[in-house]
Design a binder for this molecule. Structure first.
Ligand code: SAM
Length: 243
Protein backbone atom coordinates (compact mmCIF):
# COMPACT_ATOMS: atom_id res chain seq x y z
CA UNK A 1 0.00 0.00 0.00
CA UNK A 2 2.90 2.36 0.59
CA UNK A 3 3.37 2.45 -3.12
CA UNK A 4 -0.15 2.56 -4.21
CA UNK A 5 -1.34 -0.87 -5.29
CA UNK A 6 -4.72 -2.24 -4.41
CA UNK A 7 -4.75 -5.06 -1.88
CA UNK A 8 -7.24 -7.76 -2.73
CA UNK A 9 -9.50 -8.20 0.28
CA UNK A 10 -9.74 -11.78 1.47
CA UNK A 11 -13.49 -11.85 1.89
CA UNK A 12 -14.94 -15.05 3.27
CA UNK A 13 -16.68 -15.70 -0.03
CA UNK A 14 -13.46 -15.36 -1.92
CA UNK A 15 -11.75 -17.83 0.39
CA UNK A 16 -14.53 -20.33 -0.28
CA UNK A 17 -14.22 -19.83 -4.00
CA UNK A 18 -10.49 -20.33 -3.55
CA UNK A 19 -11.10 -23.66 -1.85
CA UNK A 20 -13.23 -24.87 -4.73
CA UNK A 21 -10.67 -23.62 -7.20
CA UNK A 22 -7.84 -25.43 -5.38
CA UNK A 23 -8.87 -28.73 -6.90
CA UNK A 24 -8.72 -27.15 -10.35
CA UNK A 25 -5.34 -25.65 -9.52
CA UNK A 26 -4.11 -29.01 -8.21
CA UNK A 27 -5.22 -30.55 -11.48
CA UNK A 28 -3.45 -27.76 -13.35
CA UNK A 29 -0.19 -28.53 -11.51
CA UNK A 30 -0.43 -32.26 -12.20
CA UNK A 31 -1.07 -31.50 -15.83
CA UNK A 32 1.95 -29.16 -15.97
CA UNK A 33 4.12 -31.88 -14.52
CA UNK A 34 2.83 -34.45 -16.94
CA UNK A 35 2.97 -32.24 -20.04
CA UNK A 36 6.46 -30.96 -19.43
CA UNK A 37 7.75 -34.16 -17.80
CA UNK A 38 8.45 -32.09 -14.70
CA UNK A 39 10.60 -29.67 -16.69
CA UNK A 40 8.50 -26.64 -15.75
CA UNK A 41 9.69 -26.96 -12.15
CA UNK A 42 13.31 -26.84 -13.28
CA UNK A 43 12.64 -23.97 -15.70
CA UNK A 44 11.04 -21.93 -12.91
CA UNK A 45 13.79 -22.66 -10.38
CA UNK A 46 16.43 -21.77 -12.94
CA UNK A 47 14.54 -18.57 -13.88
CA UNK A 48 14.54 -17.34 -10.28
CA UNK A 49 18.04 -18.63 -9.45
CA UNK A 50 19.48 -16.58 -12.33
CA UNK A 51 17.19 -13.57 -11.80
CA UNK A 52 19.72 -11.66 -9.74
CA UNK A 53 17.05 -11.00 -7.06
CA UNK A 54 18.81 -9.95 -3.86
CA UNK A 55 17.83 -9.53 -0.21
CA UNK A 56 15.89 -6.33 0.39
CA UNK A 57 14.70 -5.87 -3.19
CA UNK A 58 11.18 -5.07 -4.35
CA UNK A 59 9.95 -7.44 -7.02
CA UNK A 60 6.77 -7.55 -9.09
CA UNK A 61 5.79 -11.04 -10.28
CA UNK A 62 3.31 -10.45 -13.11
CA UNK A 63 0.79 -13.15 -14.07
CA UNK A 64 1.91 -14.74 -10.80
CA UNK A 65 -0.96 -17.23 -10.83
CA UNK A 66 -0.71 -19.84 -8.12
CA UNK A 67 2.56 -18.43 -6.86
CA UNK A 68 5.41 -20.78 -7.85
CA UNK A 69 7.65 -17.93 -8.95
CA UNK A 70 6.64 -15.56 -6.15
CA UNK A 71 7.45 -18.19 -3.52
CA UNK A 72 10.95 -18.68 -4.93
CA UNK A 73 11.46 -14.92 -5.24
CA UNK A 74 10.23 -14.43 -1.67
CA UNK A 75 13.03 -16.67 -0.40
CA UNK A 76 15.59 -14.58 -2.29
CA UNK A 77 14.50 -11.08 -1.26
CA UNK A 78 14.03 -12.14 2.38
CA UNK A 79 12.20 -10.31 5.12
CA UNK A 80 13.69 -6.97 4.19
CA UNK A 81 12.38 -7.32 0.65
CA UNK A 82 8.94 -7.50 -0.89
CA UNK A 83 7.30 -9.52 -3.66
CA UNK A 84 4.04 -8.37 -5.20
CA UNK A 85 2.18 -11.18 -6.94
CA UNK A 86 0.02 -9.53 -9.59
CA UNK A 87 -2.57 -11.42 -11.59
CA UNK A 88 -5.74 -10.53 -13.49
CA UNK A 89 -7.68 -13.48 -12.10
CA UNK A 90 -8.97 -13.20 -8.52
CA UNK A 91 -9.44 -16.95 -8.21
CA UNK A 92 -5.85 -17.70 -9.18
CA UNK A 93 -4.73 -15.12 -6.62
CA UNK A 94 -6.95 -16.81 -4.01
CA UNK A 95 -5.33 -20.17 -4.69
CA UNK A 96 -1.85 -18.62 -4.68
CA UNK A 97 -2.57 -16.97 -1.34
CA UNK A 98 -3.73 -20.24 0.25
CA UNK A 99 -0.76 -22.14 -1.15
CA UNK A 100 1.83 -19.65 0.03
CA UNK A 101 0.18 -19.63 3.44
CA UNK A 102 0.47 -23.42 3.55
CA UNK A 103 4.12 -23.28 2.56
CA UNK A 104 4.79 -20.68 5.23
CA UNK A 105 6.30 -18.26 2.72
CA UNK A 106 3.92 -15.41 3.11
CA UNK A 107 5.41 -12.64 5.24
CA UNK A 108 7.06 -10.71 2.42
CA UNK A 109 4.49 -11.41 -0.32
CA UNK A 110 1.59 -9.13 -1.25
CA UNK A 111 -1.19 -9.76 -3.74
CA UNK A 112 -2.71 -7.42 -6.30
CA UNK A 113 -5.41 -8.02 -8.85
CA UNK A 114 -4.27 -6.19 -11.95
CA UNK A 115 -4.01 -6.18 -15.71
CA UNK A 116 -0.41 -6.35 -16.89
CA UNK A 117 -1.35 -3.97 -19.73
CA UNK A 118 -2.04 -1.10 -17.29
CA UNK A 119 -0.23 -1.43 -13.95
CA UNK A 120 -1.54 0.40 -10.87
CA UNK A 121 1.95 1.42 -9.68
CA UNK A 122 3.92 4.65 -10.04
CA UNK A 123 7.00 4.80 -12.27
CA UNK A 124 10.15 3.28 -10.79
CA UNK A 125 8.47 1.18 -8.07
CA UNK A 126 10.44 -2.05 -8.48
CA UNK A 127 13.99 -3.39 -8.72
CA UNK A 128 12.86 -6.40 -10.74
CA UNK A 129 9.73 -7.33 -12.70
CA UNK A 130 9.17 -10.95 -13.73
CA UNK A 131 6.60 -12.59 -15.94
CA UNK A 132 6.58 -16.39 -16.30
CA UNK A 133 4.27 -18.15 -18.72
CA UNK A 134 2.04 -15.08 -18.74
CA UNK A 135 2.96 -12.87 -21.70
CA UNK A 136 1.54 -15.43 -24.12
CA UNK A 137 -1.92 -14.82 -22.66
CA UNK A 138 -1.78 -11.04 -22.74
CA UNK A 139 -3.73 -9.38 -25.57
CA UNK A 140 -1.66 -6.21 -25.90
CA UNK A 141 1.88 -7.51 -25.41
CA UNK A 142 3.63 -4.22 -26.36
CA UNK A 143 1.58 -2.43 -23.68
CA UNK A 144 2.55 -5.04 -21.05
CA UNK A 145 6.24 -4.73 -21.95
CA UNK A 146 6.05 -0.91 -21.80
CA UNK A 147 4.43 -1.16 -18.37
CA UNK A 148 7.15 -3.51 -17.13
CA UNK A 149 9.70 -0.95 -18.24
CA UNK A 150 7.81 1.97 -16.67
CA UNK A 151 7.47 0.52 -13.16
CA UNK A 152 11.17 -0.41 -12.99
CA UNK A 153 13.61 1.91 -11.25
CA UNK A 154 16.55 3.04 -13.38
CA UNK A 155 18.91 0.05 -13.50
CA UNK A 156 16.05 -2.33 -12.73
CA UNK A 157 15.53 -5.51 -14.72
CA UNK A 158 12.63 -7.06 -16.63
CA UNK A 159 12.61 -10.85 -17.01
CA UNK A 160 10.28 -12.93 -19.16
CA UNK A 161 10.07 -16.73 -19.09
CA UNK A 162 7.95 -18.05 -21.94
CA UNK A 163 7.62 -20.81 -24.48
CA UNK A 164 9.67 -19.99 -27.53
CA UNK A 165 10.86 -21.53 -30.75
CA UNK A 166 12.63 -24.89 -30.74
CA UNK A 167 16.16 -24.42 -32.05
CA UNK A 168 17.08 -28.05 -32.68
CA UNK A 169 15.95 -28.86 -36.27
CA UNK A 170 16.08 -32.66 -35.93
CA UNK A 171 13.72 -32.53 -32.95
CA UNK A 172 11.05 -30.45 -34.71
CA UNK A 173 8.93 -33.28 -36.13
CA UNK A 174 8.89 -34.91 -32.70
CA UNK A 175 8.01 -31.65 -31.00
CA UNK A 176 5.15 -31.03 -33.45
CA UNK A 177 3.88 -34.55 -32.98
CA UNK A 178 3.97 -34.01 -29.24
CA UNK A 179 2.29 -30.57 -29.38
CA UNK A 180 -0.51 -31.35 -31.78
CA UNK A 181 -1.19 -35.04 -31.18
CA UNK A 182 0.11 -36.21 -27.81
CA UNK A 183 -0.79 -33.07 -25.86
CA UNK A 184 -4.49 -32.98 -26.84
CA UNK A 185 -4.67 -36.72 -26.24
CA UNK A 186 -3.14 -36.31 -22.78
CA UNK A 187 -5.53 -33.43 -22.11
CA UNK A 188 -8.45 -35.64 -23.01
CA UNK A 189 -7.23 -38.54 -20.87
CA UNK A 190 -6.21 -36.59 -17.79
CA UNK A 191 -8.52 -33.56 -17.76
CA UNK A 192 -11.29 -34.73 -20.10
CA UNK A 193 -10.51 -31.70 -22.21
CA UNK A 194 -8.61 -31.96 -25.50
CA UNK A 195 -9.58 -28.50 -26.79
CA UNK A 196 -7.83 -26.50 -24.07
CA UNK A 197 -4.63 -28.34 -24.78
CA UNK A 198 -5.02 -27.88 -28.51
CA UNK A 199 -5.40 -24.18 -27.75
CA UNK A 200 -2.28 -24.32 -25.58
CA UNK A 201 -0.21 -25.82 -28.40
CA UNK A 202 -1.67 -23.25 -30.81
CA UNK A 203 -0.86 -20.31 -28.50
CA UNK A 204 2.71 -21.58 -28.10
CA UNK A 205 3.03 -21.83 -31.87
CA UNK A 206 1.77 -18.27 -32.38
CA UNK A 207 3.92 -16.69 -29.69
CA UNK A 208 6.77 -14.50 -30.98
CA UNK A 209 10.08 -16.33 -31.34
CA UNK A 210 13.29 -15.37 -29.53
CA UNK A 211 14.39 -12.57 -31.86
CA UNK A 212 10.91 -11.12 -32.31
CA UNK A 213 10.32 -10.89 -28.56
CA UNK A 214 13.77 -9.38 -28.04
CA UNK A 215 12.91 -6.65 -30.57
CA UNK A 216 9.53 -6.06 -28.90
CA UNK A 217 11.35 -5.51 -25.60
CA UNK A 218 13.71 -2.99 -27.23
CA UNK A 219 10.69 -1.24 -28.77
CA UNK A 220 9.19 -1.04 -25.27
CA UNK A 221 12.21 0.99 -24.18
CA UNK A 222 14.26 -1.74 -22.51
CA UNK A 223 18.04 -1.82 -22.98
CA UNK A 224 20.73 -4.51 -23.17
CA UNK A 225 18.05 -6.98 -24.18
CA UNK A 226 19.31 -10.56 -24.23
CA UNK A 227 17.88 -14.05 -24.13
CA UNK A 228 18.89 -17.58 -23.20
CA UNK A 229 17.27 -20.75 -24.49
CA UNK A 230 16.41 -23.51 -22.08
CA UNK A 231 15.78 -27.06 -23.27
CA UNK A 232 16.80 -26.24 -26.87
CA UNK A 233 14.46 -23.26 -27.03
CA UNK A 234 11.26 -24.94 -25.87
CA UNK A 235 11.34 -22.03 -23.46
CA UNK A 236 13.50 -18.91 -23.33
CA UNK A 237 14.40 -16.33 -20.71
CA UNK A 238 14.50 -12.76 -22.03
CA UNK A 239 15.97 -9.93 -20.01
CA UNK A 240 16.19 -6.18 -20.40
CA UNK A 241 17.19 -3.19 -18.30
CA UNK A 242 15.63 0.17 -17.69
CA UNK A 243 18.27 2.84 -18.05
N1 SAM B 1 3.46 -17.42 -13.44
C1 SAM B 1 2.70 -18.58 -13.00
C2 SAM B 1 3.49 -19.84 -13.24
O1 SAM B 1 4.50 -19.77 -13.93
O2 SAM B 1 3.10 -20.89 -12.72
C3 SAM B 1 1.31 -18.65 -13.64
C4 SAM B 1 1.26 -18.82 -15.14
S1 SAM B 1 -0.39 -19.08 -15.74
C5 SAM B 1 -0.05 -20.14 -17.10
C6 SAM B 1 -0.85 -17.59 -16.55
C7 SAM B 1 -1.45 -16.53 -15.63
O3 SAM B 1 -1.55 -15.31 -16.36
C8 SAM B 1 -2.86 -16.84 -15.14
O4 SAM B 1 -2.87 -16.87 -13.74
C9 SAM B 1 -3.69 -15.67 -15.68
O5 SAM B 1 -4.72 -15.28 -14.81
C10 SAM B 1 -2.65 -14.59 -15.86
N2 SAM B 1 -2.97 -13.52 -16.81
C11 SAM B 1 -3.48 -13.65 -18.06
N3 SAM B 1 -3.63 -12.45 -18.64
C12 SAM B 1 -3.19 -11.52 -17.74
C13 SAM B 1 -3.09 -10.09 -17.76
N4 SAM B 1 -3.48 -9.36 -18.83
N5 SAM B 1 -2.60 -9.47 -16.67
C14 SAM B 1 -2.20 -10.18 -15.59
N6 SAM B 1 -2.28 -11.52 -15.51
C15 SAM B 1 -2.76 -12.20 -16.57
Amino acid sequence: THFGYREVPVAEKQRLVGKVFSSVAAEYDRMNDLMSAGLHRWWKRHFVATSGARPGQRVLDLAGGTGDISALLGERVGDAGLVVLGDINAQMIGVGRDRLLDRGVFANIRFAQLNAEALPFPDGSFDLVTMAFGLRNVTDKPAALREMQRVLRPGGKALVLEFSKLRAEPLKPLYDLYSFKVLPWLGQRVAGDADSYRYLAESIRKHPDQETLAQMMRDAGLHQVAYRNLSAGIVAIHSGLRL
